[in-house]
Write a protein that binds this ligand. Structure first.
Ligand code: NAP
Ligand code: ZN
Length: 349
């Protein structure tokens, strides 16, 4: 079926309206009418070919929510009309240890929601800046939030799980001091989630102007990371820091804020490397520097259910599809509180 979409034909070209084809649902497939799709900074990295290997035309988008419009004969878990989500992956090998453990995100055969090989035309996956998607039911998530919150649920599918997963793995909770660096789409979710888990949360931002708004997200304290004195107050005090910054920067400034055995987990994925951190800042206090990639399907469902239970959604700015390019420019300036979400109904208008 031919559907409306937004994508780019080259890394130096703006996104524009285009038609794409979706497969007829197979026996295990769920066909979804996309209601909303969030704009992740990864979309920009990929569609502008800042990361290597972009295939064009490229239709980004992996924060997808909508409603089921058809199911294959062997689909048991979903029915027409269900509220569902699709995140960053739409397939994996289903046989390796990672798949067996529900960590499909670490499967070598993981198929991302866009820019990964597929048998469907044009030969690579096309993402959620479109009006419809067809996905194997194993990779479809159930949305338990009320219908009225659907647009604000979309960012949970990437920004939510990407921060939830390291917070859980490194045991954010009561008695733990957690730092979140970079308060954009991922960072603002990190604050909300760590706060709901019961941790003491400190937000690190480069934007003085965001200070009061960040406190309202549930942060116990806000540090403007360019201010050395503000940083020094928190020396050797954090159990965990989740770093979401989308640009290379000095990691040492944050490593020294970890207490003994503390960990900083990088989730931000800048196109060029960070300066190498000082080894002594790691060995002197047995600190850990780690990374984390989105989350597996079971944990993504757990995160969505946790958010529904705690009334957590993203803070969003809903936009028309023809405003995507302008939204990218604003995202680059940090001028969004805190996630742009595309209203898919505007794609055909
Ligand atoms: P975003 O909304 O643009 O937020 C990034 C934030 O980082 C900005 O709001 C800003 O926060 C800070 N920042 C940006 N440039 C900076 C600079 N030059 N110096 C210091 N701080 C800067 O982006 P996002 O969607 O949250 O994504 C963040 C990064 O995570 C991207 O690189 C994205 O590709 C990556 N990502 C990784 C995964 C994963 O699985 N690991 C998943 C999704 C996204 P302040 O104004 O508060 O300083
Ligand atoms: Zn993303």
């Amino acid at each position: 079926m031919s559907v409306h979409a937004y994508g780019a034909h080259a890394g130096d070209q703006p996104l524009q309206a285009m038609q794409i084809t979706r497969r007829t649902p197979g026996p295990h497939d769920v066909q979804i009418d996309i209601a909303y799709c969030g704009i992740c900074h990864s979309d920009l990295h990929q569609v502008r070919a800042e990361w290597p290997g972009t295939r064009f035309p490229c239709v980004p988008g992996h924060e997808i929510v909508g409603h089921v419009t058809a199911v294959g004969a062997h689909v048991n878990g979903f029915a027409i009309g269900d509220r569902v989500g699709v995140g960053c992956l739409v397939d994996s090998c289903k046989q390796c240890d990672s798949c067996a453990e529900g960590l499909e995100n670490y499967c070598d055969g993981m198929i991302g929601t866009y820019n990964f090989p597929t048998a469907d035309a044009p030969g690579w996956t096309l993402g959620g800046y479109s009006q419809q998607i067809v996905v194997n039911e194993r990779y479809v998530l159930r949305v338990r939030h009320p219908e009225a919150q659907l647009a604000a649920v979309a960012p949970l599918l990437c920004a939510g799980i990407t921060t939830y997963s390291p917070l859980r793995r490194w045991h954010a909770g009561p008695g733990k001091k957690v730092g979140i660096v970079g308060i954009g789409g991922l960072g603002h979710m990190g604050i909300k989630l760590a706060h709901a888990m019961g941790a003491q949360v400190v937000a690190f931002t480069t934007s003085e102007a965001k200070r009061n708004a960040i406190l309202a997200l549930g942060a116990d304290d806000v540090v403007v990371s360019r201010n050395r004195e503000e940083m020094a107050v928190h020396g050797k005090s954090f159990d965990l820091i989740v770093n979401t910054v989308a640009a290379p920067h000095d990691l040492d400034a944050f490593l020294v804020l970890l207490k003994r055995d503390g960990a900083m987990v990088l989730v931000g994925a800048p196109a060029s490397p960070h300066p190498s951190p000082g080894v002594f800042n790691l060995i002197m206090q047995r600190r850990t520097l780690a990374g984390s990639l989105i989350g597996g399907i079971p944990e993504t469902q757990e995160m969505l259910d946790f958010c529904a239970e705690h009334g957590i959604v993203a803070d969003i700015e809903l936009i028309r599809a023809d405003a995507i390019n302008a939204a990218y420019e604003r995202m680059l300036k940090g001028d969004v509180q805190y996630r742009f979400v595309i209203d898919s109904a505007t794609m055909s208008a």
